[in-house]
Design a protein around this ligand. Structure first.
Ligand code: AMP
Length: 280
């Protein structure tokens, strides 16, 4: 039986009884096949698996969707149990952020670009909650999706800079049959918007095709993606980036691997996606 715990002390106690290595899958819940893939991978590689379900208030901006972010714990548990998760940590915000807590983690420049530029403070919230969750769960390995590519860069920097003894495992993006990256936020889309949403994936595939044909001018790739997305009336570009995969510096000329990422609004819903060109 899957066990749900909601306090830090219960989680620490449950953790002590788990055979190692322990794998950890942090999530905000309202799970889909992408999250379940992370859990299954953890189950294959670790003896015990802990998942967390926590809609973390500190990573949402004041005008973002914290209050209306979808939540459905019973459904989430019915997906995690068959994936082999033994313990789910599901704290309230007041458990994670005690009154008077004032310490936050600032990861530096990689956290300020792209998502960080559009969502100020987002990665400060992410880095802080992930460090706290690592301290509570104390996993040997933690599983993150390539879907949130910049989050992976930030978390890898966090564990390297602060000597946190957790292996970060990155899992490829799980997509719908039409290429749309699975996301809890896809449930915000109405039928017409849902039809428009694969434009992100089409733009990434077009960039990849051009790159495969030998195009190395990053500005041209950005321009081509902009035109493709602008042809979709429901889509509004937030950013389109062709960047170094570790520093996230924007590139002019592509020499080594590059991270092509974008954020696009479809109606009021902000979607992100990415691919790596020339990666391992
Ligand atoms: P979230 O609940 O959105 O915070 O996501 C929890 C974890 O699942 C993060 O590491 C995400 O990158 C990962 N994830 C979300 N969507 C996908 C997807 N479509 N494919 C793979 N991993 C995903």
């Amino acid at each position: 039986m899957i066990r749900v715990v909601s306090t830090i002390s219960e989680m620490r106690q449950a953790r002590r009884a788990l055979p190692e290595p322990v794998g950890f899958v942090p999530t905000m819940g309202y799970l889909h096949e992408g999250h379940v893939t992370l859990a299954r991978r953890a189950r294959v590689e670790c003896t015990s698996v802990v998942a967390s379900i926590f809609v973390n208030p500190t990573q949402f901006g004041p005008n973002e969707d914290f209050a209306r972010y979808p939540r459905d714990l019973p459904r989430d548990l019915s997906l995690l149990e068959p994936a082999g998760v033994q313990v789910v940590f599901h704290p309230e915000p007041s458990e994670m952020y005690q009154p008077g807590a004032t310490t936050y983690i600032d990861v530096g420049p990689t956290a300020q670009r792209l998502e960080g530029a559009s969502r100020p403070g987002h990665f400060r919230g992410v880095a802080t909650v992930v460090a706290k969750l690592f301290n509570v769960v104390q996993p040997q390995k933690a599983y993150f999706g390539q879907k949130d590519a910049q989050q992976v860069v930030v978390i890898k920097k966090l564990v390297a800079d602060l000597d946190i003894p957790v292996d970060i495992i990155v899992v490829p993006t799980v997509r719908e049959p039409d290429g749309l990256a699975m996301s809890s936020r896809n449930t915000y889309l109405d039928a017409q918007q849902r039809q428009a949403a694969p434009v992100l994936w089409r733009a990434l595939c077009w960039a990849q095709e051009l790159w495969q044909a030998g195009e190395r001018d990053a500005r041209r790739l950005r321009r081509e993606m902009v035109s493709l997305i602008e042809a979709e009336p429901l889509a509004q570009i937030d950013y389109i980036s062709v960047a170094h995969p570790e520093t996230l510096d924007e590139l002019e000329h592509i020499e080594g691997p590059s991270l092509v990422s974008l954020a696009v609004r479809i109606g009021k819903t902000r979607l992100i996606d990415n691919i790596t060109l020339g990666g391992p």
